[in-house]
Design a protein around this ligand. Sequence first.
Ligand code: K1U
Ligand code: ZN
Length: 177
Amino acid sequence: MSRLLPIAKRGEPILQQRAQEVTDIHDPTIQALIDDMLTTMLEAGGIGIAAPQVFISQRIIIVASRPNPRYPDAPLMEPVAMLNPEILWLSADTCTGWEGCLSVPDARAPVPRANNLRLRYLTRWGESVETEYTGFIARIIQHECDHLDGILFPERVGDKQKIVSEAEFQQVSRARE
Ligand code: K1U
Ligand code: ZN
């Protein structure tokens, strides 16, 4: 039975630390952690989550994507757990898009990210995968890998005045509809 875990909020030291590599993928506590992260992400309405966000300093992320009112063009991607993810290549071309974070509630900002990336990771079953991602999924991966290196999205925003509340974000979104 998986558990709902508490989500670390900005200011918690674990969110500023580099997370540790996973050394034993078959450790039952790692498998249980992945299940708990999935449950926690779904309950929080997220499209990604990283282990430090649930107070565990391990290099594990979950990436999911679905079309939604905020990102109607988002592709559908069932949740994938990625262990020890390594970004092997980032494209020089970037795109600025709105981000939020379960650990930075009530804040949204436009964040520049590479459009494409090449990623290597281990699946929860220990298989090594190397593949390319593009667009919104590449954005989620960069956001989650930043968590593993102790970086929160507001640090990627050059002009801090561009960071807005959820209510202001909704107004901006509606004005562009
Ligand atoms: O890491 C996290 O805090 C999860 C974060 C992932 C993310 C969102 C937007 C851009 C890049 C990465 C979230 O899921 S915050 C919630 C959110 O923005 C959202 C939730 C459901 C649908 C669409 C967006
Ligand atoms: Zn986040």
